[in-house]
Design a protein around this ligand. Structure first.
Ligand code: CO
Length: 212
């Protein structure tokens, strides 16, 4: 059996098992999607949102990209954010990075990864520049890498607060709360590193006042 045939076979077994445990499971989810959370995570195969939070389909709306970045020209991420906040009315947006992230590691090198990867990793290099003093107090290697993982998550949460999508929802509905988490591949545990509750102060340079 090929590896992808096994996926299809396992899918049949899973669907059967779910239906046995909860006969209404699929018919319920087919007609209504009301997740409380938007998850912006790394594409890394070792950090699956549902599995590490022990949640089911229907509970977390998910967007993933390399190094879990919130880039203000990323139409894909912004569409997901807009839909999750304005239509699904999520209460929480979680940016979840992970220690040892390959994207962050790549951004710490001087290697030319060619466009488009250089373009993407540039966002992480900008985080490094902003926090250079703090980072360079740490030894090179894992300590510096993992601090950059945490600071990158923090900056992506701040990037969320710079969007009119989040600011409008904060002003009108006092949600969503923003959370920055880092998952540890070594023990499976999540470290919460940074939060912005709804209504937190936004840097005036990025604040909007006339929402439409
Ligand atoms: Co990663």
């Amino acid at each position: 059996m090929t590896s992808y045939d096994k996926l299809l076979l396992e899918n049949k077994a899973w669907a059967k098992e779910m239906k046995k445990a909860d006969p209404e499971f699929f018919s319920r989810l087919e007609h209504i999607q009301t997740p409380e959370f938007l998850w912006i995570g790394c594409s890394d195969s070792r950090v699956p949102a549902n599995q590490i939070t022990n949640t089911y389909p229907g509970e977390i709306f998910v967007h993933r990209n390399i190094a879990n970045l919130v880039v203000n020209t990323d139409v894909n991420m912004l569409s997901v954010l807009h839909y999750a906040v304005d239509v699904l009315k999520v209460k929480h947006v979680i940016v979840c990075g992970h220690y040892g992230c390959g994207g962050i590691k790549a951004a710490l090198t001087t290697n030319d990864y060619k466009q488009v990867l250089n373009m993407w990793l540039r966002n992480i290099k900008d985080v490094y520049r902003i926090h250079r003093d703090e980072l360079e107090q740490l030894p090179e290697g894992d300590p510096r890498l993992n601090k950059l993982v945490e600071l990158t998550v923090q900056e992506q949460v701040i990037n969320l607060s710079k969007t009119s999508i989040v600011q409008k929802a904060w002003a009108e509905e006092n949600r969503p709360h923003l959370h920055g988490w880092v998952y540890n591949l070594a023990d499976g545990l999540i470290n919460p590193v940074f939060d912005m509750v709804a209504g937190s102060k936004v840097d005036p340079a990025f604040a909007y006042s006339n929402f439409h």
